[in-house]
Design a protein around this ligand. Structure first.
Ligand SMILES: Nc1ncnc2c1ncn2[C@@H]1O[C@H](COP(=O)(O)OP(=O)(O)OP(=O)(O)O)[C@@H](O)[C@H]1O
Ligand SMILES: [Mg+2]
Length: 405
């Protein structure tokens, strides 16, 4: 019986297909500033995958964010118009491209507008060729940006001792992230080769395990995890720890490189839960991570262990990987008498997030393999994990669901 659930990614075919614009960009032409006859038909014929819409307004105030690119007119002799455009550009930076067609253009104003974020400034009257070349350049830039965003993030959990709640936070945060409408795929990869329990925490029957991945042989980076992994009902894909104990040395840095490359290709966010030990491959995993979540509890021994982990990150020259410091299971009345303030002082940096203790709710969610909200809505711990998901979600996703970061 084959235990290999993976389809290999096919090698590139010899005859490459004709290049295609990957995204259907939406372009708004603000007609009042653009003269009598903007070439909408010509542009639609030239860029068939792009949607061009003529708008009867100099600027589509509320609808602006429904466009990827706005083409607007400007009269260089109209100071009030220049001020309005400057203010609008500042609200668009990084979200909407703006191509300005300017009457009586001068070099100084052109440079100023570009500096303020305009994608390009063309002097009016603009020829069809000049417009097409400028648009092609902007679309290429948008295409590249979208392609780069498709390279997902590896977020690795690091513990200040066993039982701090790392696996619980990984699965609950993943479920929360997967609920975002714009989510491009969320995965939990349990690399805790001996004690991993992420698939149990999500109650995934018969999950694909790391042991199966390793037994499959061949290049891990060629495996299609997006199609092979089983998903929780929330949509979170899970790469489970082996069913039987495996030696920690079953993984190595090269395998970690392949695995992280494949997971970044297949998922927008992968939360990785490694074993507590430091080895060459866990070191490589941290190096390959875009973020580390360092989870601790509020006690004197845990504060010491956080310091030890932060020192280790520094000693391993991993201190350029951003660390989000989380204090989990914080009781209303600290049993040890240690205050958050004292703990932060001892650690030398503030906690980025404090997650309250709610043993009963967390146990119920884990036992049923569901989200905290499915057990009980509106708890403090659910709100805190929501904040963690907001910190980790790619900017575009949070914008899509209208959440503040
Ligand atoms: N905020 C919380 N409030 C109450 N209980 C929690 C909280 N977070 C986690 N727990 C509980 O703590 C226990 C340990 O959690 P978990 O297994 O996630 O920790 P871990 O750090 O992954 O441990 P290990 O070192 O074994 O991998 C579980 O029983 C879980 O229900
Ligand atoms: Mg764990």
């Amino acid at each position: 019986m084959s235990l290999l659930p993976f389809n290999r990614i096919k090698p590139p075919v010899a005859e490459p297909a004709a290049p295609q614009r990957p995204c259907a960009w939406r372009v708004g032409l603000c007609l009042p500033g653009l003269g009598a006859d903007p070439p909408v038909a010509m542009l639609s014929a030239m860029f068939p995958a792009v949607t061009f819409r003529g708008l009867d307004t100099p600027w589509p105030e509320r609808a602006a964010q429904t466009f990827d690119l706005l083409i607007v007119g400007l009269d260089a002799a109209d100071p009030a118009g220049i001020d309005r455009l400057t203010a609008r550009l500042s609200t668009c930076v990084g979200r909407i491209e703006v191509l300005v067609v300017m009457r009586d253009a001068d070099v100084e104003l052109t440079r100023r507008l570009i500096h303020q974020g305009a994608a390009d400034v063309l002097p009016a009257p603009v020829t069809d060729t000049a417009l097409a070349i400028a648009l092609e350049r902007i679309f290429c830039r948008l295409d590249t940006g979208r392609a780069q965003r498709r390279s997902g993030e590896i977020i690795t959990l690091l513990k200040a001792g066993g039982g701090v709640g790392a696996t619980s936070l990984a699965v609950q945060t993943a479920v929360r992230l997967a609920a975002n409408p714009g989510s491009g795929g969320v995965c939990v990869a349990d690399l805790d080769l001996q004690m991993g329990a992420a698939a149990l925490y999500l109650d995934i029957p018969d999950p694909v395990t790391l042991a199966q991945v390793l037994a499959a042989g061949g290049a891990v980076e060629e495996m299609s995890f997006a199609s092979a992994l089983k998903a929780h009902r929330s949509g979170v894909s899970v790469l489970a720890a082996p069913n039987e104990l495996m030696p920690v040395e079953s993984l190595n840095p090269a395998l970690v490189d392949g695995l992280t490359a494949a997971l970044r290709r297949d998922f927008e966010i992968t939360l990785v839960d490694p074993p507590t030990v430091w080895t060459a491959w866990t070191n490589r995993l941290l190096r390959q991570s875009q973020r580390i979540l360092l989870v601790t509890r509020l006690s004197v021994p845990h504060v010491h262990l956080v310091r030890r982990q932060l020192h280790m990150l520094s000693a391993q020259r991993l201190d350029d990987v951003p660390v989000t410091l989380i204090c989990n299971q914080v009781e209303a009345e600290s049993a040890s008498g240690l205050s958050l303030k004292a703990a932060q002082q001892a650690i030398g940096r503030p906690f980025d997030l404090v997650i309250p203790e709610d043993r009963r709710l967390m146990h119920q969610a884990i036992d049923q393999g569901v989200s905290l909200a499915s057990v009980r809505r509106g708890s403090k711990i659910e709100a805190a994990i929501g904040r963690l998901a907001e910190m980790l979600a790619p900017t575009g996703v949070m914008a899509a669901v209208g959440m503040e970061r």
